[in-house]
Design a protein around this ligand. Structure first.
Ligand code: AMP
Length: 552
């Protein structure tokens, strides 16, 4: 199926947008056998599904006419889980139906309901909205469902996850019997199957979630990081990859606020997207990303649902997603519309197993490795700075600039240093706005996913037994075991099982660390941070490189 068989105004819109070929989901919903039928489509954001249902609705909206009739009671209703997605759908359908004379009205939570009522009263061809707000307008009689010929549930699984089942059922009960119902869902769990059964007639099932479509253009990486260095890893990744737009995911609003604050402080231009923002604030945040005033968006899962920013080149999972679906949804913010993207899962080394299971369950191929070092960022900076400086030098200079340059070259202070001094000054200026890269501890190549059950043997032969360390807090301090173990784990980035025997003496405490963890422990303990940073920890014997973890 190609776009050639579509009504002329739709073809014109697609051509104007530069879309020559249908994506797989668009081809699938335009096959002749789908005409007039209910559809249950598995498709993810990024697959072109919005245009897919936009095109699929053409017969219901236009019939055989060359244009849409004058706008009156709406002909199609589209329900989406979040405000952003609904507004995005509206924008997408607006250009698609512009040449056909389409009028699209949105009804979304958080926007002014009175203005929406006014828009509805002027007539619409398509109404797009979020479940709660649409139900409100239906109940108040602002939205007349009597002429509806089609209903689309977009991201239906997400709407159920967000607890919108009741609203959806209320909406579906209101719309006329003979309408066409299209359901789009990334996955089809039991709740969706039940909803389809209850409200669709003989639906055609379409699978358009081929791996090629959903994540063909995304390079997945999984990086092992010390738990307290996640933020540093985020900094270095942003600096190394330097994408036009990056999205960084956290698990909670509080974590979003903290990370956004810390990134801004370091000089990144950031915005945050989380549930606590007003609609106006969220729109402003997205606009700042689109027009380049901000480049990093720190977000929670729900707030980032369905967001479509074609320039988004990097997704960082600063906190691991709770399940494989979330991993895929988050990653799907990048690699959109045929562009390349990178998705980086940061895995605290203490949770490597969890990370491995997550990647396996999502059925993605990830390259495992360490977080980028400060050195790597500096090396990449050097390349970019040379490129930037060369590009500047290649530009035709303005007369004003040449005049200043001549004065500079004539100045004895500059003449003494020569061209090298001037070039170095230019590099300094170009480098100044770049946030400094962070020093990151090296994580042993394959840290143990599980620690050995047996405590390390006595010290001495460090190859078999543990490596002993000493710290300057003893019985006369607060070195009781309840405080000691968590302190050592925190300070040295090891697990409880990696600490062996502990001897609390009067003024100091000696303890044993599993040999394979000793180097990591020593490095982390040296770079102490926080309130206990003053406590000195020093090895009592040479610490060798990571030995092999004992087999269990
Ligand atoms: P969606 O899956 O609806 O979120 O769409 C993802 C992106 O793909 C949007 O930016 C669309 O405008 C774009 N898109 C939709 N159809 C096509 C097409 N046939 N060719 C290229 N890009 C498309």
């Amino acid at each position: 199926m190609s776009f050639q068989d579509l009504p002329a105004p739709l073809q014109a819109a697609l051509t104007g947008r530069g879309y020559a070929e249908p994506t797989p989901v668009q081809s699938a919903v335009l096959q002749p056998e789908t005409a007039g039928r209910d559809l249950l489509v598995s498709a993810q954001t990024g697959s072109g599904k919005t245009v897919a249902y936009g095109l699929a609705l053409a017969p219901e909206l236009m019939g055989d006419a060359p244009r849409l009739p004058p706008a009156a009671a709406p002909l199609a209703l589209i329900v989406a889980p979040t405000r952003e997605l609904a507004l995005q759908v509206k924008a997408e359908l607006a250009w698609l139906y512009a040449p056909a004379g389409g009028r699209i009205v949105s009804c979304v939570g958080g926007m002014d309901p009175v203005a929406e009522r006014r828009m509805l009263s002027h007539g619409a061809h398509i109404v797009v909205g979020t479940p709660g707000r649409l139900r409100d307008h239906l109940e108040r009689g602002n939205l007349d469902p009597s002429a509806l010929r089609a209903v689309v549930l977009d991201e239906a699984d997400e709407m159920l996850d967000l607890g919108f089942q009741e609203e959806l059922e209320a909406i579906l009960e209101e719309v006329p019997e003979g309408r066409r119902t299209l359901m789009f869902s990334a996955t089809v769990p039991r709740g969706i199957a039940a909803l389809a059964k209850g409200y669709q007639r003989d639906a055609l099932r379409i699978e358009a979630t081929s791996a090629d479509v959903s994540h063909g253009d995304i390079e997945h990486r999984a990086l092992l990081v010390a738990p307290h260095e996640l933020e540093r890893a985020v900094v270095n990744l942003l600096r190394l990859e330097d994408p036009r737009i990056a999205m960084v995911f956290c698990a909670t609003r509080a974590a979003v606020a903290r990370l956004q604050g810390n990134l801004s402080e370091r000089g990144f231009s950031t915005v945050a997207l989380s549930g606590e923002l007003s609609q106006a604030e969220r729109n402003r945040a997205l606009q700042n990303l689109r027009d380049g005033r901000a480049r990093v968006c720190v977000a929670t899962d729900v707030a980032a649902r369905g967001i479509d920013l074609p320039d988004l080149g990097l997704v960082i999972h600063a906190e691991m997603p709770r399940d494989p679906e979330t991993l895929l949804h988050r990653s799907g913010r990048t690699g959109r519309a045929g562009r390349k993207g990178i998705s980086v899962l940061l895995v605290p080394h203490t949770r490597r197993r969890v990370g491995e299971r997550l990647v396996a369950a999502a059925k993605i191929k990830a390259t495992w490795g360490p977080a980028p070092s400060a050195e790597a960022v500096r090396a990449r900076d050097a390349e970019r700075l040379v490129e930037q400086a060369l590009a500047l030098a290649a530009e035709e200079p303005a007369d004003d600039d040449v005049a200043v340059a001549r004065r500079l070259l004539a100045d004895p202070a500059i003449a003494g240093r020569g061209v090298e001094g001037l070039a170095a000054a230019l590099v300094r200026v170009l480098r100044a706005p770049l946030p400094a890269p962070e020093e990151i501890a090296e994580i042993a190549d394959r840290p143990p996913a599980r620690a050995p059950r047996e405590a390390p043997a006595a010290p001495g032969g460090a190859d078999e037994g543990g490596v002993w360390f000493r710290m300057d807090v003893g019985r006369d301090g607060r070195a009781d075991p309840k405080w000691l173990l968590p302190f050592l784990c925190r300070r040295g980035h090891v697990t409880r099982q990696e600490i062996g025997r502990i001897r609390v003496l009067a003024r100091e405490t000696q303890f044993e660390v599993a040999p394979y963890a000793a180097q990591r422990f020593a490095a982390a303990a040296r770079r102490a941070e926080g309130e206990d940073a003053h406590i000195r920890i020093i090895p009592m014997q040479p610490v060798k490189g990571p030995a092999r973890r004992p087999r269990r």
